[in-house]
Write a protein that binds this ligand. Sequence first.
Ligand SMILES: Cc1cc2nc3c(=O)[nH]c(=O)nc-3n(C[C@H](O)[C@H](O)[C@H](O)COP(=O)(O)OP(=O)(O)OC[C@H]3O[C@@H](n4cnc5c(N)ncnc54)[C@H](O)[C@@H]3O)c2cc1C
Length: 473
Amino acid sequence: MKRVVVAGGGITGLAAAYYLSRAGASVRLIDKAPRPGGVIQTIAVEGCTLEQGPDSFLAAKPAAVELARELGLEGDIIGSNDSTRVTYVLRKGRLIPLPEGLMMVAPARVGPMVRTSLVGWGTKLRMGLEYFRRPRRMDGDRSVAEFMRDHYGEESLEYLGEPLLAGVYGGDPEKLSVRSVLGRFVEMEEKYGSLTRGALALRRSGRTGGGPLFRTLKRGLGSMVDALVAAMAGKVEMIRAEAETVEAAGGGYRIRAAGEWMEADGFVAACPAWAAAPLLRPVNARLAEVLETIPYHDAMTLSLGYRRQDCARLPPGFGFLVPRREREKMLACTFVHNKFDHRVPAGMAVLRCFFGRDAIAMDDAGVVAAARRELERILDFSAEPVFSSLARWPRAMAQYTVGHEERAAEIESIVRGIPGLEVAGNSLRGIGIPDCIRSAREAAESLTGQAPLGRPAGTPQSGPPGSRERTAG
Ligand SMILES: Cc1cc2nc3c(=O)[nH]c(=O)nc-3n(C[C@H](O)[C@H](O)[C@H](O)COP(=O)(O)OP(=O)(O)OC[C@H]3O[C@@H](n4cnc5c(N)ncnc54)[C@H](O)[C@@H]3O)c2cc1C
């Protein structure tokens, strides 16, 4: 039986350990945090189910749904409440609905784009002319900002691209790589020239999938963590410690955690790239060097609970995004009682505010005060919250900056050349939960030589072509 050590007990490490143990490996999972799940943490306050980290996953990518099914959670999978699906963008102090049919940055429906007041007529005209662009292949990478400006102009970057990506990556479109973050749109450019034509064709083909855009679990994403831990009880040894170093030894590995050495035939680095780099330096210095170049941003969520009777001023819909031009600290806010209505009792409302790196240094009281000030400015809403719950996630969001594709390819190539070693998680090919689970499954398959794990034979490994990026909404 193969002995494998997994470092990192977020969804990636848990899923890797689960798939490895299912394939017959003897697994030890090392995580330094007091609770498993990494950034997935669900808590209950005043009858509300609060997500401290991620709150849902993209329906188009099957890995998370497949794992949930395997864990017996099929009956708990629910969609976002799309009857109230409208997301606003703040513009000059007003909340303007994102036009319907927007496929991340490209309009897949013409009418709503023509009617929206989110962008002016100059941009609309430009979007119309974009339809006639000829296919072209660009070598190399570009920033998301450069790509969007090229296709639709500055205003669409400011009021569509930037806020949508800030809500997913907490990142800067001037730095993010279009190939890694919007790969599907680069393919459209190559095939159609126009992103609008590509989006319309995709919509007509029906490959955009029906049903809610997001899925989640009724009792919170933490229930997937609990189910994984329960499924591995007695099979996987869970060790609460910090993995300190990894050395190649006798065709396998020696791993030191909390001063103790353990031996294994395989090792999975399922922690962020910045944590994996120092661990793996003794195994391969170049691997560590490239892992270290992947930047991570901080993130923070603040859930504010209110009595529903105090919330008459709140608009319908899923929430709003704040473009950089209009931003103080808050990047986005979700109206949880609308988006996932079963998570909030009838008499309550929950606003989940999302902050990026600019706010992480503020103290708790300062964050709550800033959030309330901004909610008053944006929503004209000043009710007294019944509770607040803050979660800080330093260096949690991998940033796929320009050139990421080459970095990821180099990391993968080095790893392929080192028997028994895998790097999984959000550092390489997708930061969403389904991407992390898929990478964990692939790592387990590669280490055990068993494929495909946990999937009916013949089903694809990932979502529809080019479905790498998450879609906000
Ligand atoms: C606020 C927030 C909101 C998000 N929203 C969404 C969303 O709605 N939908 C979505 O699909 N994705 C979302 N994401 C992204 C997604 O949640 C993450 O990319 C994913 O959960 C990362 O899982 P992971 O296991 O790779 O890493 P993590 O969850 O970061 O876990 C890494 C683990 O490694 C451990 N560790 C680190 N170093 C060591 C070491 N040396 N030894 C032992 N253990 C170590 C840590 O303790 C941690 O438990 C969000 C992320 C954040 C932060």
